[in-house]
Design a protein around this ligand. Structure first.
Ligand SMILES: [Zn+2]
Length: 290
C-alpha cells in the first residue's frame, strides 16, 4: 500500500508544472518551424512524458492519485504554455516588422510627423492579451490540410491536440508505474547488477532458482533489482530463449538464502575472470625471427 504524502504531492505537482511550462515553450519554438498534425502533439507528449517519468523516479513517487493529478495539471500547463509561446512570437514579430518599417521610412517620417504616424497605423497592432490572441486565431481560422476550420472547430482541434499530448504522457507514466516499488522504504527498485549468466554456472543457477532454464540461444541475461532501503533480498529478472526460440522471462522475489548463493556465484565468476585473464603476449619485435 502506497501512502499519500502532502509534501511529496506538492513537490511533484510543482515540478511537473515547471516541466510542462518548459516543454510548452520548447514546443512553441519547434512548432513555429514545423507543426505536422497529430504527430506533433504526440511528439510533445512523449518529450513531456519522458520528463514526468524522470521526476516520478527521482521523487520515488508511486501514489497513483497524486501522479494522475500532477499529469493532468501539468499537461494543461504544457498546452497553455505552447499557445502562450505562439502569442509571444506574434508580439515579437510585430515589433520586428515595426522596427523594419521605421528604418525604411525614416526619411519620409522626418518630413512630416503625421506621415510617420500614418505609416505606423498601416500595421495592424498585435493582440494586447493572450485571450485576444486566442480569439483572433479562432476568428481567422486554422488550415488543416485542404480545409479551413473556424470558430468552435478551432477550439475542438486544440482540445484534440491537448488530448493527444496527455495520452502520450499518460502511456509513458503508466508504463513507469508498473515498475516494482517497495512501499516499506517508499522507493522504486533500482537495477544494481546486470549481465549474462556465465555458461559454466548455468547448472548452479538452475539449482538456486529451482527453475529449468533450457539453453538454445545465447546465455540468459539477468538483472538484479533492489529498493533504496534494501528491505528485501532483491528481485531477480531472468530473460532467455527456450528450445523453441521463444523468449522467456522469470521475475522473482529472491529469498535470503537464494541471494546469498547468487552473491557467492557472482564472486566466483569475478575471481575466475581475474585468474583467466590472458598473460601479456610478447610484442612481435621480441619474437625470434626465422
Ligand atoms: Zn524498501
Amino acid at each position: 500500500m502506497v501512502c499519500f504524502r502532502w509534501g511529496k504531492f506538492f513537490l511533484w505537482v510543482g515540478l511537473a508544472g515547471l516541466a510542462g511550462l518548459g516543454v510548452g515553450q520548447w514546443a512553441a519554438w519547434v512548432g513555429s518551424y514545423l507543426r505536422p498534425m497529430v504527430v506533433f502533439p504526440l511528439l510533445v507528449g512523449c518529450v513531456f512524458g519522458g520528463m514526468l517519468v524522470f521526476l516520478i523516479r527521482l521523487l520515488d513517487l508511486a501514489h497513483r492519485g497524486s501522479v494522475l493529478v500532477g499529469v493532468v495539471f501539468a499537461s494543461a500547463v504544457c498546452v497553455g504554455s505552447e499557445h502562450g509561446g505562439y502569442y509571444l512570437q506574434t508580439q515579437r514579430e510585430y515589433e520586428r516588422t515595426l522596427a523594419e518599417w521605421q528604418t525604411k521610412t525614416r526619411g519620409l517620417a522626418a518630413l512630416s510627423s503625421s506621415f510617420g504616424q500614418a505609416i505606423q497605423q498601416q500595421l495592424p497592432p498585435p493582440p494586447a492579451t493572450w485571450g485576444e490572441y486566442l480569439r483572433r486565431q479562432v476568428e481567422q481560422g486554422r488550415r488543416i490540410g485542404p480545409w479551413l476550420i473556424q470558430g468552435g472547430w478551432v477550439w475542438a482541434s486544440w482540445a484534440v491536440e491537448a488530448a493527444l499530448t496527455l495520452a502520450a504522457a499518460l502511456i509513458l507514466v503508466g508504463l513507469t508505474l508498473r515498475w516494482p516499488y517497495c512501499s516499506t522504504c517508499q522507493s522504486w527498485y533500482r537495477v544494481v547488477r546486470q549481465g549474462r549468466v556465465p555458461s559454466q554456472q548455468l547448472a548452479q543457477w538452475r539449482e538456486v532458482l529451482e527453475r529449468d532454464v533450457s539453453l538454445s540461444g545465447p546465455a540468459p541475461r539477468f538483472r538484479l533489482l533492489e529498493c533504496l532501503g534494501r528491505c528485501t533480498p532483491g528481485r531477480l529478472e531472468l530473460v532467455w530463449e527456450d528450445a523453441d526460440g521463444q523468449v522467456q522471462t522469470c521475475p522473482r522475489e529472491l529469498q535470503a538464502a537464494q541471494r546469498e548463493k547468487l552473491d557467492a556465484l557472482w564472486q566466483a565468476a569475478a575471481s575466475s575472470e581475474e585468474d583467466s585473464s590472458p598473460p601479456a603476449t610478447p610484442a612481435s619485435s621480441d619474437l625470434p625471427r626465422g
